[in-house]
Design a protein around this ligand. Structure first.
Ligand code: MN
Ligand code: MN
Ligand code: ZN
Length: 279
């Protein structure tokens, strides 16, 4: 089983590996930079070398690591300057992943801001395709969304429609977020329901394209569209569903990344421990 969580790069990027090792992760996710701003400081040669050597010395497989795009870019936006900036950020992040030896970059699909799904998807496909032209081995992973207002890509059918337009195909994959799928209306509360949802996902997107699973329980109930992650087993999905998803991931050898909260109830250590129990 390859499992871990989103880890902080606070201090310097190589600290992410320390944080992952400390939490006994065999997979992890990072932001390569401050996720809340547009500006990214260049990675120094020293930081890159330290990150790579620490990762090599750890027992973590490089292929079980991923980066997540920062929050501000919106690849479906109708605003021209915002779109340009978003695509540039995506291209930059792909390059940063390549330099760090990180094989996957997870991105959200954005919001059409009321201009309609069709137009939003057109822009999104254009932006993703541009980033797909860069020459490196980094795969861009499309993450299913929670179905908030004006968002694109919560419905598996629509996600598949977007995904199948992307070229070259080998540069693109998908990331399945369990909280997002559940609050978007896909029942994941029992083994049977998980199977049904994954069959639907396979039909439109293809399980073979699924490279990372974001394993989060949901604070809200099924179909509530509320993007609030919760501790494994304690949210709307519950232990049975979470357990079924972990077993599926292990069978298919898909790395699991937790994006669960840290509070009085539990921290990363507790949620990773819980996941190992439920496996
Ligand atoms: Mn995400
Ligand atoms: Mn996620
Ligand atoms: Zn989320």
């Amino acid at each position: 089983m390859q499992i871990g969580c989103h880890v902080s790069i606070s201090g310097s990027i190589d600290k992410a590996v320390d944080n992952a090792v400390e939490r006994e992760c065999s997979a992890f996710q990072i932001f390569t930079r401050n996720p809340r701003g547009w500006h990214a400081k260049d990675l120094s040669k020293e930081d890159i070398a330290n990150f790579k050597s620490k990762l090599r010395e750890s027992k973590i497989d490089r292929l079980a690591t991923c980066a997540h795009m920062p929050y501000l870019p919106n690849l479906a936006t109708p605003k021209e300057d915002g779109f340009e900036k978003s695509v540039k950020t995506l291209v930059d992040e792909v390059e940063r992943c390549s330099i760090l030896g990180i094989p996957y970059l997870v991105t959200h699909l954005g919001s059409h801001l009321g201009t309609g799904e069709e137009d939003g998807i057109k822009r999104l496909v254009k932006g993703l395709t541009k980033a797909g032209q860069t020459e490196n081995d980094v795969m861009i992973l499309l993450e299913n969304t929670a179905c908030q207002k004006n968002s694109v890509g919560s419905d598996f059918k629509q996600l598949g429609k977007i995904f199948n337009q992307l070229k070259p195909a080998k540069k693109f994959g998908v990331c399945f977020d369990t909280c997002h799928a559940f609050v978007a209306g896909y029942d994941l509360r029992t083994e049977k329901k998980v199977k049904e949802a994954l069959n639907e996902f396979d039909k439109y997107v293809g399980i073979k394209n699924l490279k990372i699973i974001h394993l989060n329980d949901a604070k809200g109930d099924i179909g509530c569209n509320l993007d609030r992650h919760y501790h494994l087993g304690l949210g709307g999905i519950g232990e049975k569903g979470i357990s079924a998803i972990i077993k599926f991931a292990n069978k298919k050898k898909i790395p699991i990344i937790l994006e669960t909260p840290i509070d009085n109830e539990r921290d990363d250590f507790g949620n990773i421990k819980k996941a190992k129990e439920l496996a």
